[in-house]
Each structure stands twice: as C-alpha cells, then as structure tokens.
Design a protein around this ligand. Sequence first.
Ligand SMILES: [Zn+2]
Ligand SMILES: [Zn+2]
Length: 362
Amino acid sequence: MTLARQSSPQSWRPSQLLIPTPAGLFCPPADIHIDPVRPVARALITHGHSDHARAGHGAVLATRETLAIMALRYGEGFTGTRQEAVPGEVTRIGPVDFRFVPAGHVLGSAQIVVESKGLRIVVSGDYKRERDPTCAGFEPVPCDVFITEATFGLPVFRHPPAAAEVAKLLESVRLFPERTHIVGAYSLGKAQRVMALIREAGYERPIHIHGAVATLTEFYEAEGVPLGEIRLVSAGERKALGGEIVICPPSAIQDLWARKFPDPVTAFASGWMRVRARARQKGIELPLIISDHADWDDLQATIRETGAGEIWVTHGEAEALVHWCGTVGLKAKPLHLVGYGDEGEAEPDAAPAEAAPSEAAP
Ligand SMILES: [Zn+2]
Ligand SMILES: [Zn+2]
C-alpha cells in the first residue's frame, strides 16, 4: 500500500517547517520545540520518559497522561503553563496544525503530526508496533516526511513476542520455587507492561515491587490498567519472598538491595537482552527480550506504511537505518539529535537513579 502525498506548489520545504537545533526539533513558523532537551518557551512533548519530557519549559502541550506523568515526576511546577492535547484533535499554532496520534510506546505516548500548507511531517517520538495491554496502539499516519528513532536500528535486533519472554520467566519461577525472581524494568512503561503480561499469562499471585516503581504503577492502575494484586517490598521481608516475582528499576538489580532476597534469579526486560554478551556482562541470569521500541523489521515496516518519501532519523542506530532507506529508494538523513539516551531502554548501569532509594520504603 502506498500512501504518498503530493504537497502543493507554494508549500514549505521540510527544512522550513522543522529543523534540528541543539535544544531539539524546532518549528520556526509556530515557534515551538518538540521534546526539547533544554528549557524553551514552548514545548510539545511526545511522552513522559525523562530524555523527552524535561522540566523547566514556559509552556507544555502534551497528552493528559503525559502531563500527569510529568507532574508526578517533577512536581506540579514542572512548567509555566500546560495544555492538554486530545489525541486526534488539531491544535493550531500560527500557520501550523499539530495533531497527537498514539505511538504505542508507553501510557500517553504520542506521535506529533506537523502540517502546514499541504506539507505533513510526522514526529514519531519513540514507538513500537507490538501490542501492549497498557497503552493505545501505534497508528500509522500517511505523511511526506517521517521522523523516526532507531534505538534498535540494526538487523541483529529482532524482538520475539513479549508473551514468549514472559512465559520463560514463569517457567523459571515454576522450576525454582525457592528462589526470588527479580526483574529489572524501567519504572515508566516497561514495569507495568511486564506486570500486565504476567497477568495475561494467568499468574495470580501478588507481584512485589520496589519503591521506585510504585508511583507510576499506581498511576497506571488509576488510569484503568488492571495489574492485579501489587505489594510494595518492605526492607524486612525480603528473606521471606522466595518463589515470588519482584519488579525493580534496572539500577537496583546489582544493588545490595537485590542480594537480600533468597538465592535471587536476576532478570532484565529490555531489547538489549538480544545481545547475550551484554546480559552476561551485567550479571543477568535470565535475559528477557521485551522492548518498548520498534525492532529492525518494524522500523522498516512502519517507514513503508507511512508512504513517506523522506525519512529523518533522530537517535539510535541512525546510520544503518539511513543506509537501508537508500537501498529502497527513500531519501533519508540522520539528524544527530543529542540528549536522547533513552531512559526506556538504557543499559542497566546507565540508568538514572531516579530518586530510587536503595531500600524501598517500608
Ligand atoms: Zn521513550
Ligand atoms: Zn527516547
């Protein structure tokens, strides 16, 4: 299916509508930045991960969930003013129409459609195509220019179905009923997705969580994502949690905190776990390849589905994806945007501590 669109003769050139700057993507006709990495006057934000959603802007336009997540993480004063973007509805700023469309990445995540004078550019933020019970699915939008990430933009990265990875976890729990299974997962999105997948697999025992995961887990539940019985791990009870599943931020896996559980099996839910050497190096006994980013095949499929003739790659393995675009006749360039380390899939020891006490609150 090709969805290529014709832009009108008096249209903008793409580089007039959006340009990469040190602060992030900038739209001169509307005077706004998208996912700025530095404080700016007016920001449009795709999702709540800390490398995209930062505090200190004058005004923020984002989905209701993303605004709520930012307030939870940074406090209510995270921005001067805020405005809710309703998915599917157009917000006009100057001569430019902006529309937020689900990206399937984490709760509230959105692509931002930027359209003016017949030119349409889609800024996809971070996204994935695999079904996720905790957030709305990615919706492809036909466009002239598609701006994509490339976190897993190499042929080695092909994610297996997440349900199969969760089945491995539950099989290990069955085989080692005396051991605690400690699963490292990012506190926004991945942790709740893993919990939801564990429930979909039929596991009904309580799931235990580290204190650093609690606030966002409560938020997901309040937003109507059912996660079953969740219990906060208290410092004194760890010895008694043999045979149980504990979800913690990746940084806690190698902490003293994790060693207090009975003979723990350490697991980590990340697309990086495809690289077995990396799992071994981090001391991960049970790598779970569960990613909130598109893999190599899904990056390509998504680019094709948008029908875009031109592809800009923001961060990740940009060169490989740009090269692939060339082989299929698409114009493509890396934007070399700096500052998107990706909270959602960073390596375990690169994780921000994120106010995570090494001991969970009692
Ligand atoms: Zn993200
Ligand atoms: Zn990111």
